[in-house]
Write a protein that binds this ligand. Sequence first.
Ligand code: ADP
Ligand code: MG
Ligand code: MG
Length: 254
Amino acid sequence: MATLEIHDLHVSVEAESGPREILRGVDLTVKQGETHAIMGPNGSGKSTLAYSLAGHPKYQVTGGTVTLDGEDVLAMSVDERARAGVFLAMQYPVEVPGVSVSNFLRTSATAVRGEAPKLRTWVKEVKEAMEALQMDPSFAERNVNEGFSGGEKKRHEILQLELLKPKIAILDETDSGLDVDALRVVSEGVNRVRESGEVGTLLITHYTRILRYIKPDHVHVFAKGRIVESGGAELADKLEEEGYAAYVEGGASE
Ligand code: ADP
Ligand code: MG
Ligand code: MG
């Protein structure tokens, strides 16, 4: 049973005025099979947490530990983290000019699995996953995220999730910019992966909307760079009614 353990994580970014601490002591344990919603106001550091776990070089870890089954994740390169089973669906997926979705997925799968997937089964796997996400087959020949709509970008992230089958999936605002139909399709994809029981999910979101489709086991309020409250699904209902004002200095809520 894979377990991701984050202990007292501190992370800074280099700002013009010098290093600025964004994460201020994050503690969180995510086990395979569990879904944790991380909810918080804009600018609280949710994406910084996601990037830090994936190993983005801009984010400097200044304290704390992150382990996956006892292995030091912070000592791993971005590739090693992916191979170890850490997957990040980015809030703002980046364009990869000149690389088709099809090639990108196969290269990623090869890197994560340690060997190239057998072509025949792979083609079938991709086709089925795309159908399930209601994606047109021609999508596979487009360049990664080039000219993708918001919904297409998010579907593409979930397509990767379905094909790469990580141990820990970090989904950063996968709900943002989706209309209701796309939200449902994307949520169903996440739920298919969850139902395998083999993935621990960190569902980062600003809004409670996606939690109607994806039921979290645990809900955490994230404010000012740390988890300030944890509870069950009922905590999300409270947030829906009251917003984040109680957690933000001066009462301002976004
Ligand atoms: P959230 O995802 O909760 O909206 P972010 O992690 O994106 O929050 O940002 C948290 C804070 O860190 C913000 O004040 C943001 O401006 C700052 N920040 C994030 N990334 C960088 C960066 N690469 N350089 C400078 N500041 C950053
Ligand atoms: Mg934000
Ligand atoms: Mg963010």
